[in-house]
Design a protein around this ligand. Structure first.
Ligand code: G1P
Length: 302
């Protein structure tokens, strides 16, 4: 039987330059889709998949993330005094229990592979999940939970994948697909940010992984790859020589909230899913003239 996955790693050290000036003094992981920060979606997804220990690889100016996963007595007291029971319960529900969060720092922005390597002492010699919080999913059950089912059956390393427009392959890690169904197929190779002509498929690594601890030793020897960064994909491409990698083409859809377009689309999609907002939001969009085919958006007066 495969060893249970108890720990998840969340790399949150990125500078968020694509969202300046919003991210000048605030971590990009605290940007909200509707009213929840990106990092909260990833933590909720991990918890749903049975994760018990939440490891954050942070950097300078990321203290707010630590505060977000702590209690806020003054706020809780105020909500209680005002009888806002539901809001209070929601806040408490979002919080991992005491002692179940760990924080370490990536001291230099050397890439995703390096960020993951920074978590090695906190993870130890056990398999772990890795969730990139920029990537937010509409999926039921959550993507990591779907991947856990494949892991329980097959063990080894599991990578979540989704199809991408072939012209966009050079923004992502791309896998080569071997035999097996969507719920668990053999990965035969991986390449980070290939040119469209060199991509082995259009299945991209969408930011959810279950990895064996042997990846850490490979990461410590990893030289810089695509974009001059230490790439996780390059280390996985070495580990695949000695361990199984399974791709899971999950049921669901990713929003790449590291890009403005993905982030804005996620806000619309998630708002339209919310019972308390959907009707009014749809009405507001209709009033902007955006729901009729080929409609031009209403001009906002200067
Ligand atoms: C990272 C990974 C890449 C993956 C992507 C998903 O790239 O290296 O393989 O497809 O996340 O978001 P980054 O977005 O850090 O450039």
């Amino acid at each position: 039987m495969s060893k249970r996955v108890r720990t998840a790693v969340f790399p949150v050290a990125g500078l968020g330059t694509r969202f300046l000036p919003a991210t000048k003094a605030m971590p990009k992981e605290m940007l909200t889709v509707v009213d929840r920060p990106l990092i909260q979606y990833a933590v909720d997804e991990a918890r749903e998949a049975g994760i018990e220990h939440f490891v954050f690889v942070t950097g300078r100016n990321k203290g707010v993330i630590e505060d977000h996963f702590d209690r806020q007595y003054e706020l809780e007291h105020t909500l209680e005094m005002r009888g806002k029971v539901e809001a209070l319960q929601e806040l408490q529900k979002d919080l991992p229990s005491a002692g179940r969060t760990s924080f370490t720092r990536q001291q230099e922005p050397l890439g995703l592979g390096h960020a993951v390597w920074c978590a090695r002492e906190l993870v130890g010699d056990q398999p772990f999940a890795l969730l990139l919080p920029d990537m937010v999913f509409q999926a039921r059950p959550g993507v990591l939970k779907q991947m856990m089912s494949a892991y329980e059956e097959l063990g080894g390393n599991i990578v979540g994948v989704e199809e991408v427009d072939p012209k966009d392959v050079s923004s992502y890690g791309i896998v080569a697909r071997g035999a097996g169904p969507d719920s668990g197929f053999r990965i035969t190779g991986m390449v980070e940010k290939p040119k469209p002509a060199d991509a082995p498929s259009n299945l991209f690594i969408s930011g959810r992984y279950i990895l064996q601890p042997e990846i850490f030793a490979l990461l410590s020897e990893q030289t810089r790859g695509a974009g001059g960064e230490i790439q996780l994909t390059d280390a996985m491409q070495i580990l695949i020589r000695t361990q199984n990698f399974t791709g899971v083409k999950y049921d669901g859809k990713v929003f790449d909230c590291g890009s403005k377009l993905g982030f804005l689309t996620a806000n619309v999609a998630f708002a339209l899913e919310r019972e308390d907002l959907a009707d009014d939001f749809r009405k507001a969009i209709r009033e902007l003239g955006l729901l009729e085919p080929d409609a031009e958006p209403r001009k906002v007066p200067a």
